[in-house]
Design a protein around this ligand. Structure first.
Ligand code: FMN
Length: 340
C-alpha cells in the first residue's frame, strides 16, 4: 500500500502542502540551501540551531542565521538553550523575522551545548524541558500570532536512559504541536543505525504529528520510514547534503509516479548536480560575499560531486577553491560541456 504517503499536514494552526521536511543542520541549512530545497519540493525547512543566549546578547552571527529565503513560504527557526526565561526572551526577538514555527533543540550532542544543560541534555531534565516549551509557547501565542512550537529530540541520553516517550508526553502537555525524533542516543552521536522502532512507538502514542529523522539517504528510505513507522512526516538531513533533488524524487515516489523505464526514482545528471552547486555558491556569495561563500561551499561541492566518476581527484582540488572563478575553472575541466 503506497497511496497517500505524500500528504498535507497540519501542525497546530499551520497547514503544509506535504510532509517532506529539510531537517535542521548547523553549517548546512542556511537560507541559500533551504531556498534550493524549497525549489526542489521541501514542504518545511528549519534553520540550524541558534543559541538563545547569543540572540539575547545580540551577537550578529546569530541574527544572520535567522533570515527567511525569498521563496520560503514556511520555515521554522530552531533555538537552543536551557533557561526558560532566556528562551522566551529569544523567542520575542524572532518577531521581526516572522517564523512560521519555533523548534526547540533537545537533540544536539555537542559538549559545548550539553555542558550548559541544553540540546540533548534537556532530556535529562524533563521538568525544565516542560518549562522551556511552555515559556516559548506563551510568547508564540502572544507575540508571534499563535505559531506552533515543536521539539526535536533523540531517543535519550544513552542506552541506559531511553526516555523519548516520557519527554514527548511532557512536551505535548506543555504545548508542543510537533515532535521530531532522531532515534539515536547522545552516546551514539551520528554513528550506527537509527532505531526506527522508536519513531513507530511514538507515532502510535502521542496526539500530535511525529516527524521521523535518521538514515534517510534516498527517496526509497523516506517511503520505507513512512510505511514502517506511521510517522506523519520525514526529515532529510545528510541525505539532502549535496542532494536537494531528494525532495522531488521522494515526492514522485510517494505519489507513485515512476521514473523513466519504470525506475522507482530518477537520478539527476552530473550536469544538473554541478549547475545546482554553482547556483548555490552564487546565491550564497550574494549574501555573505564571494570569499566567505567560496570557503563555506568547499564541503558542499564535495557533497554534490560525491559518487561522480573520477570525482575523488576533483575533490582534492575543490577544497582549495577560493573564488567562484576557481570553482568554474575546476569544474569546466571536469565536465566541459555543461559550463559553456
Ligand atoms: C552536520 C550536521 C549538523 C546538524 N545540525 C543539527 C541542528 O542544528 N539541529 C538539530 O536538531 N539537528 C541537527 N543535526 C541532526 C539532523 O537534523 C538529523 O536529525 C540527523 O542527522 C539524523 O538524520 P540522518 O541520519 O538522515 O542524517 C545535524 C546533523 C548533521 C550531520
Amino acid at each position: 500500500m503506497t497511496e497517500n504517503l505524500y500528504r498535507p499536514l497540519r501542525i497546530g494552526n499551520m497547514n503544509l502542502e506535504g510532509n517532506l521536511f529539510l531537517a535542521p543542520a548547523a553549517g548546512y541549512t542556511d537560507s541559500t540551501f533551504r531556498s534550493i530545497c524549497v525549489d526542489e519540493g521541501a514542504n518545511l525547512t528549519f534553520t540550524g540551531l541558534v543559541s538563545a543566549e547569543s540572540l539575547c546578547r545580540r551577537a550578529s552571527g546569530s541574527e544572520a542565521l535567522l533570515h527567511r529565503a525569498a521563496n520560503e513560504k514556511v520555515y521554522a527557526v530552531q533555538l537552543f538553550g536551557s533557561s526558560p526565561q532566556v528562551m522566551a526572551q529569544a523567542a520575542k526577538l524572532l518577531v521581526p523575522y516572522k517564523p512560521d514555527m519555533i523548534d526547540i533543540n533537545a537533540g544536539c550532542p555537542v559538549p559545548k551545548v550539553t555542558r550548559c544543560g541544553a540540546g540533548v541534555a534537556l532530556m535529562r531534565d524533563p521538568k525544565n524541558m516542560s518549562r522551556i516549551i511552555a515559556a516559548v509557547a506563551c510568547v508564540a501565542r502572544t507575540d508571534l500570532g499563535g505559531i506552533p512550537v515543536s521539539v526535536k529530540m533523540r531517543s535519550g541520553w544513552d542506552a541506559a536512559s531511553i526516555n523519548f516517550a516520557e519527554c514527548a508526553r511532557v512536551a505535548v502537555e506543555a504545548g508542543a504541536a510537533l515532535i521530531s525524533l532522531h532515534p539515536r542516543t547522545r552516546s551514539q552521536g551520528y554513528g550506527g543505525v537509527s532505531c526506527w522502532r522508536h519513531i513507530a512507538e511514538l507515532a502510535a502514542e502521542i496526539p500530535v504529528p511525529v516527524a521521523g529523522s535518521g538514515d534517510l539517504y534516498t527517496a526509497l528510505d523516506a517511503k520505507r520510514m513512512l510505511l514502517a513507522t506511521g510517522c506523519a512526516a520525514v526529515m532529510f538531513a545528510r541525505g539532502a547534503f549535496g542532494n536537494p533533488f531528494i525532495f522531488a524524487a521522494a515526492k514522485n515516489l510517494l505519489l507513485g509516479r515512476e521514473g523513466r523505464e519504470g525506475r522507482e526514482t530518477e537520478e539527476p545528471s552530473d550536469a544538473r548536480r554541478i549547475s545546482t552547486a554553482l547556483r548555490q555558491l552564487e546565491l550564497l556569495a550574494k549574501t555573505i560575499g564571494e570569499r566567505r561563500a567560496s570557503l563555506e561551499m568547499r564541503k558542499v561541492f564535495c557533497a554534490y560531486t560525491k559518487g561522480m566518476r573520477d570525482s575523488a581527484r576533483l575533490r582534492t582540488r575543490l577544497v582549495h577553491a577560493e573564488t567562484i572563478a576557481d570553482y568554474r575553472s575546476l569544474l569546466q575541466n571536469f565536465i566541459r560541456p555543461i559550463l559553456v
